[in-house]
Design a protein around this ligand. Structure first.
Ligand code: PEP
Length: 258
C-alpha cells in the first residue's frame, strides 16, 4: 500500500510572515493518517518553518538544490544545507527549472544521485509540452526523462516521480484522470523494466498540473496516481486543506471557491 503524498510547491511566492501565517492555519487542520503532507516553500522560509514544524506531521521540502556537496557555486544550495534545515524532500527537474533555467537531464540526474546519497527524497518531475503531446510523443518524452533522470541510479527506494504535463502547469487545464493514469501506468512499467516489480509497486507517482479541490478526488481515484504536486492551489491554507481532505470533504466546496 503506497502512502499518499500531497505536496505543495509554492514556487517564488510568500515572504516569511505569509509563510508563517499559512503554516499556523494548516497545522490547525486534521487529516487521516493515510496521507503525507509536504510543503516546499522558497529557500528563504525554510529555516523559520523548520522551527515552526518541529514535532508536526507536515513535511518540509525544497524546490531545488545543487548536485555538488559544497564549493564555489554562487547562489546555490547544497543537500547538506537542506538536511540541516529539516528538509525531507527536494523537487528536482521541475519544468520551470528545465524551461526557464535550462536544466537538462544530465544535470537533473546528478542532482537525483546526490539527493539519494544524502538521504533527501527527490521528487523527479517529468512531463511533455503541448506540442509534444499533439505530436503523439508523450510517452517517448516521459521515457527519456525518467530513464535519463535515473541513469546510474541503482537504488530508488526513496524516490518519488511527479508526472507534470507542461501544458497543465499553472494553466487551469488539468490532464483528465484517464490521460494522467495512462502516463502514470507507463512510468510504473518503465520502473518495472529498469528495476523490479517490487520497486515499481512501491514507487509513488504524483500528478501535477492545475490540481484543485474540485478535481483532486477523481485524479486520486486512479490506480497509479499516488498523490499530487500542487502549485497555485497550495498557496491558500483553506484551499490546500480541502485538497488534502479530498476523499472526506466531498461537496464541502464548490468550484466558485477556487
Ligand atoms: C507545479 O508547480 O508543480 C504545478 C503543478 O503548478 P499548478 O498546480 O499551479 O499547475
Amino acid at each position: 500500500m503506497r502512502k499518499q503524498l500531497i505536496a505543495g510547491n509554492w514556487k517564488m511566492n510568500k515572504v516569511l510572515s505569509e509563510a508563517a501565517t499559512f503554516m499556523i492555519a494548516l497545522q490547525a487542520k486534521h487529516w487521516p493518517e493515510d496521507r503525507e503532507v509536504l510543503i516546499c516553500p522558497p529557500f528563504t522560509s525554510l529555516h523559520a518553518l523548520s522551527k515552526e514544524l518541529e514535532g508536526s506531521k507536515i513535511f518540509l521540502g525544497a524546490q531545488n538544490m545543487h548536485f555538488k556537496e559544497n564549493g564555489a557555486f554562487t547562489g546555490e544550495v547544497s543537500a547538506d544545507m537542506l538536511l540541516d534545515l529539516g528538509c525531507s524532500y527536494v523537487i528536482l527537474g521541475h519544468s520551470e527549472r528545465r524551461q526557464v533555467f535550462g536544466e537538462d537531464d544530465t544535470l537533473i540526474h546528478n542532482k537525483v544521485k546526490t539527493a539519494l546519497k544524502k538521504g533527501i527524497t527527490p521528487i523527479l518531475c517529468v512531463g511533455e509540452t503541448s506540442e509534444e503531446r499533439r505530436a503523439g510523443d508523450t510517452k517517448q518524452i516521459v521515457k527519456m526523462q525518467v530513464l535519463h533522470g535515473l541513469e546510474e541510479v541503482h537504488d530508488i527506494e526513496d524516490l518519488v516521480i511527479a508526472y507534470e504535463p507542461v501544458w497543465a502547469i499553472g494553466t487551469g487545464e488539468n490532464a483528465t484522470p484517464q490521460q494522467a493514469e495512462e502516463v502514470h501506468a507507463y512510468i510504473r512499467s518503465l520502473i518495472y523494466g529498469k528495476y523490479s516489480k517490487r520497486v515499481a509497486d512501491k514507487l509513488r507517482i504524483l500528478y501535477g498540473g492545475s490540481v484543485n479541490p474540485a478535481n483532486v478526488k477523481e485524479l486520486m481515484a486512479q490506480e497509479d496516481i499516488d498523490g499530487v504536486l500542487v502549485g497555485g492551489s497550495s498557496l491558500d491554507a483553506e484551499k490546500f486543506s480541502k485538497l488534502i481532505m479530498h476523499d472526506v470533504s466531498e461537496n464541502s466546496f464548490s468550484t466558485e471557491n477556487q
